[in-house]
Design a protein around this ligand. Structure first.
Ligand code: HSE
Length: 298
């Protein structure tokens, strides 16, 4: 009648794949417990000290996702969701997505798995829509499926898990500034040049091929973003210097994680990932911005 699960942080976009690529981290992640209730309706309990939840429970991404899932099943069952969040909201590593993915995953388990994990993505996306206005799947899909995920198409939804090298590490640096996904989407240009598009889809193909072949050099060459990074990086003070520090310290590539402000860098070993974290943190100190770092296996 009760289940406790871990829901991982995720890195969306992965440089060249705006709204279509994402991967899950080993940590950090949220802990979520879900209990069956006798009465209908969804109640939420927050056990996280420094995270404020929306006062209106219907704006909570976990609740919105779960309501969409239950409506699909035609179920009136009530649930209580207890959150212990470790992923800071507004960090750019999929905090709202972890909650959205967790609620539908946990309830699907409690109900005996009527739907596949792939089929849960569409409901978790409704939580994203409530959080930032757009039902993007590049955080919730990797949170639900793990590993690297490609959203080949939104309509119809087509989610593909991508094989990747066993040894792949991610460094995350979270500068303590706030960037709301909704705002970071509003500043994007709606049109792109054919030249930029050619560059971008070359890199998307290159990244997928590099991951599948375990070709680290190809992965590194493909971690480029001609379209989004030039605009969003302006929101992160010291971005260019921190990225340069990551690359000098041996990162395969470095870019904005999701809509920021976190930055991610990929590397081949835990040792390299730790060195990259130190180099990026050092570069940030020049800009007097406090930051938190995470090193995780992908
Ligand atoms: N693809 C989304 C964006 C991810 O970049 O706006 C948000 O985490």
């Amino acid at each position: 009648n009760s289940i406790k699960i871990f829901s991982p942080a995720t890195v969306a976009n992965v440089a060249c794949g705006f709204d279509i690529l994402g991967f899950a981290l080993d940590h950090p992640g949220d802990e979520i417990q879900v209990r069956l209730k006798d009465a209908p309706g969804i109640t939420v309990l927050n056990q996280t000290k420094d995270t404020v939840f929306p006062a209106d429970v219907n704006k909570n991404t976990a609740v919105v996702s779960l309501q969409a899932y239950l409506a699909h099943l035609g179920s009136e069952q009530g649930f209580e969701i207890i959150f212990t969040k470790k992923i800071k909201p507004g960090s750019g590593i999929g905090s709202s997505s972890a909650s959205a993915a967790a609620s539908v995953f946990a309830v699907n388990e409690l109900l005996g798995n009527p739907l596949s994990k792939e089929n849960l993505v569409q409901f978790a996306m409704q939580g994203e829509k409530a959080a930032c206005g757009v039902a993007h799947a590049d955080n919730v899909a990797p949170a639900l499926l793990g590993g690297f995920v490609l959203v080949r198409s939104y309509s119809p939804l087509d989610i593909i898990s991508i094989p990747y090298p066993a040894e792949l590490y991610c460094t995350i640096i979270h500068p303590q500034i706030e960037v709301k996904t909704e705002d970071a989407r509003k500043i994007l240009r709606q049109g792109i040049s054919l030249k930029d598009a050619v560059k971008q889809w070359g890199n998307v193909g290159g990244l997928i091929a590099g991951l599948m072949k375990g070709d680290y050099a190809l992965i590194g060459r493909s971690l480029e973003d001609a379209i989004i990074e030039p605009i969003r990086s302006i929101l992160i003070p010291g971005y260019d210097a921190v990225k340069e520090a990551a690359l000098k310290a041996g990162a395969l590539g470095c870019c904005i994680s999701g809509s920021g402000p976190s930055m991610f860098a990929l590397s081949r070993s835990q040792e390299e990932a730790n060195q990259i974290a130190s180099a990026m943190k050092k570069a940030f100190t020049r800009y007097e911005i406090d930051n938190i770092d995470y090193v995780s296996k992908v």
